[in-house]
Design a protein around this ligand. Structure first.
Ligand code: PAN
Ligand code: ZN
Length: 196
């Protein structure tokens, strides 16, 4: 779509809340339960839910720019609310293929956690509330988790050349999970995590 000599024109876009949509997105990604195989700790409940319905878990609207160093991809992520058993709806999560690239998120609506982890297995979880920004430094894998009862809406911005490594998380998962216990979100060790 773009060549390296392409000169991008400045642009603006508007975000509408509700329902959580951006103007003229170049991409709209929809992720359903079936794309989360092996990620929810209660595999039996996951399989039972999937047999009934391949529920929509999250969506991403993106503004596309040339995937070259210096440009920034941006968009809106929407994690719907719900649970698989007692584990909250969440994104697949990924490292960036160019590991040293960071990402900026800004929470517009909802309540959640940004779960993060380094290749060495160090972890961090930052709580997401409206009007809170989260900076994810380079090297940290990231997954958004909705612990509330409305859609979790976040703006994100990251280097256009970052790329996505989903395979590492598909194999080893995240070290920590967030589950509902007695009406509260608690962070627990993930029994499915494979240490690096
Ligand atoms: C975001 C994520 C988005 C969906 O744009 O891609 O929140 O999560 P997954 O990509 O893990 O399914 C981002 O972090 N981009 O780098
Ligand atoms: Zn990312």
């Amino acid at each position: 779509m773009f060549s390296s000599s392409h000169v991008l024109k400045p642009f603006t876009y508007n975000i509408k809340i509700p329902p959580g949509i951006i103007d003229k997105p170049d991409n709209h990604i929809l992720r359903t339960l079936s794309s989360m195989k092996g990620q929810y700790y209660d595999q039996k409940i996951y399989d039972e839910m999937l047999q009934k319905e391949d529920a929509l878990l999250y969506e991403v609207y993106e503004k596309i720019v040339p995937e070259i160093p210096g440009e920034l991809i941006q968009g809106l992520s929407i994690v719907h609310f719900g649970k698989v058993g007692n584990e909250y709806f969440m994104t697949k999560g990924h490292f960036h293929s160019v590991l040293d690239t960071g990402e900026f998120y800004y929470c517009l609506q909802g309540h959640g956690y940004m779960m993060m982890e380094t290749p060495e297995g160090e972890w961090a979880a930052e709580e997401l509330v409206p009007n809170r920004a989260v900076y994810i430094p380079g090297r940290w894998a990231h997954r958004s988790i909705n612990i509330g009862n409305v859609d979790l809406l976040m703006l994100f911005v990251y280097p256009a050349n970052a790329g996505h490594d989903y395979g590492t998380i598909e194999r080893r998962s995240f070290r920590k999970i967030v589950v509902n216990q007695d009406g509260r979100a608690v962070i627990l060790d993930n029994p499915r995590w494979i240490a690096p």
